[in-house]
Structures are given as C-alpha cells and as structure tokens.
Design a protein around this ligand. Structure first.
Ligand code: PHE
Length: 337
C-alpha cells in the first residue's frame, strides 16, 4: 500500500507539471481524486490491512492526498494568472472609445430660460401651481361661464371627482392673488393639457408661460411695453409685433399678440403667439370674495395678464415644422440645438 501511494504521488507530480491547460488539470483532478480516481480506489484497500499496518497507511494516504491537492491548486492558479494576463495584453488601450455626444439644451428649456431672464429684469418673480386643478380655479374664478366650450368634456381632461388637468396656466393668477397681497408681479411656466387631436401643431400636453402684474394704476401701456421687451429679447430687437383685439373671459380688453415672421424666399406673415389683456374686474371681485377683504378691489388696483405657448415660440424661433419633434427625443433633431 505504501509503495502504491508513493507511485501515485510521483506519477501525479509529473503529470501535473506536464499539464499545459486548465482543462487538462481538471481532468487530472478527477482521475486522481474523483470518486473513481486512482487515490480513492487505492484507499479502498485500507480495509484489507492489518490493525498494525493501518495507522501508518492512513497517515501516508492523507499526506499523499493533500500533496496532490496542493500541487493541483498551485498549477491551476499559475495557469489562470497566465491566461488573465494574456487577456489584458490583448486589450488595445489605444483604440478609440465609445464617445457620448454632448448636445445643447432642449429648445423648450432655452425658450423658457430666455423668457424668464428677460422678465426677471423687469421685476417679475417665479410662481407655480398644481397641474391637477379644481374647476373653480380653472374656469369659475376666471369668469368662464358653465356653457363655455373650453369647459366641455371633449376639450378638457376631467377626473371622476370633478377635478381636471389644467387647460391653461391662468389658474396660477388666481392662486397667486388668493395668497398674496398686491402688488404682485409673477411669471409661472408650466404644463397645460387639452383634449386636442395630436398633429403637426397640437399636443395634448404643452407648456405655457403665464404672467400677472397687479398694482395701483397698471395700464395697457405697461402691458404693451412689457410684452414688446420680452418678445424682442427672444426674437431680436427689430421684430415687428402687433396687438390684435380678441376675447378672453378673464381679461378686458383682451388681445392676441402676433409677430411678423420673415422667412427667406417666402412671403412674410403674422403669427399668433400669445394671449393677453387687462385683468377683468369680475376676476378681482371673485378674489375679494374668497379672500374676504378688499385688497383686490377693482376700485383700488388694476393689472394685466398674459400667456405664451413655449412650443409655439420655439417652433417660430428655430423654424421647426412639426411640434411632435419637440417630444420625440430623436438625437438627430436634438443635436441641432
Ligand atoms: N390662458 C389663455 C390661453 O391659454 C391665455 C391668456 C393668458 C390670455 C392671460 C389672457 C391673459 O389661451
């Protein structure tokens, strides 16, 4: 038995040192130490030994097993190391990497930044309000009667509890006056929602920028000056702007603002970009009622409000022909800004 073990050990040592691959070593492991391996089979002979012989043979068996195991492990580790370093060496660190393209800001963000910057210079500060609104804030407080088409379920997204997704940011005019004593001078950018068919000029969710200024003796001239300054900051000093009489339930008088678009080789045309007007006395009266004071009495204060569509501004500024480009996140489009 002792001789057998000695032979197995010396054979195993030579075989292990000759092995060149991890596969060979794994096969060796099985054929030496596995269930039907040489060492295991030899160990089975223990039971035929006499009581005197057995302890010594047992000791030799254990020593042989641990020596073979150790030899195997050492060889496996060194082969593994060689293979790993081969992989590292085959890595060409001089190859160009995968680059990430840095692109400009989204047109809507740029439009928003430009507008906010210009309005801040005139003393406006930022305000905000919820996108899920009450009918009262969206319509009643803004003097919009029950039978107005905008209140229709076919135009507005209603929730079962009667609340709705705001159809314009004018709700923030109301929320601002409810909470703040005049004078107020705020701008409020935000999402608005309408049940429009989506096409080249309509989305069901879009972005507006609301403005409100209420103080003593605010006049139509202030409204005109403010909007001219804003639009010229966005589109350039020379851009012609016109105010066209219009109707909104919550302003009186009301106007739509157009700018003259001059594209090369095309006939220039007026394009509507905003609604505005002087705050209707009925709106002030509603505010007085909910506040329970006379701070916004139309006898004391006057004001103007305006609302711009940011998608529209961006489309005009950069000649974007389809509003859907603005939400599709196509890199070929976004890279151009
Ligand atoms: N809220 C109006 C709209 O969405 C725009 C507007 C705002 C008009 C403020 C007048 C004053 O069409």
């Amino acid at each position: 038995m002792l001789e057998q073990l000695q032979t197995i050990l010396s054979e195993a040592t030579t075989e292990i040192s000759k092995a060149n691959t991890l596969d060979e070593l794994n096969n060796l492991k099985v054929s030496l130490l596995g269930k039907k391996g040489r060492l295991t089979l030899t160990a089975a002979g223990m039971k035929d030994l006499s009581n005197e012989e057995r302890p010594l043979a047992g000791k030799k068996l254990n020593e042989t097993r641990s020596e073979i195991t150790q030899n195997l492990e050492e060889k496996i580790n060194s082969l593994q190391e060689i293979e790993d370093s081969k992989k590292v060496l085959s890595l060409d660190v001089t190859l160009p990497g995968h680059s990430t393209t840095l692109i400009g800001r989204h047109p809507i963000s740029q439009m928003l930044d430009d507008s906010v910057k210009a309005l801040r210079r005139m003393g406006f500060s930022l305000a905000s309000g919820p996108e899920i609104e009450t009918e009262w804030h969206c319509f009643d407080a803004l003097n919009t009667p029950q039978d107005h088409p905008a209140r229709n379920e076919s135009d507005t997204f209603y929730f079962e509890d009667g609340n709705l997704l705001r159809t314009h940011t004018s709700t923030i005019q109301i929320r601002t006056m409810e909470k703040n004593h005049p004078p107020v001078r705020i701008i409020a950018p935000g999402a608005a929602y309408r049940r429009d068919e989506i096409d080249a000029t309509h989305l069901s969710q879009f972005n507006q920028l609301e403005g409100l200024y209420v103080d003593q003796n605010v006049s139509l001239a202030d409204l005109k000056g403010t909007l001219e300054f804003l639009l010229q900051a966005i589109f350039g000093k020379e851009t012609p702007i016109r105010f066209r009489p219009h109707f909104f339930p919550f302003t009186e008088p009301s106007f739509e603002i157009d700018i003259l678009l001059e594209a090369e080789g095309k006939k220039s045309k007026w394009i509507e970009i905003a609604g505005c007007g002087m705050v209707d006395p009925d709106v002030f009266n509603q505010i007085c009622k909910v506040r329970g004071d006379e701070a916004y009495s139309p006898k004391k204060v006057s004001g103007f409000a305006f609302g711009l569509g940011l998608e529209r501004l961006a489309m005009i500024k950069w000649g974007i022909s389809d509003i859907r480009h603005l939400i599709e996140n196509d890199m070929r489009f976004l890279e151009q800004f």
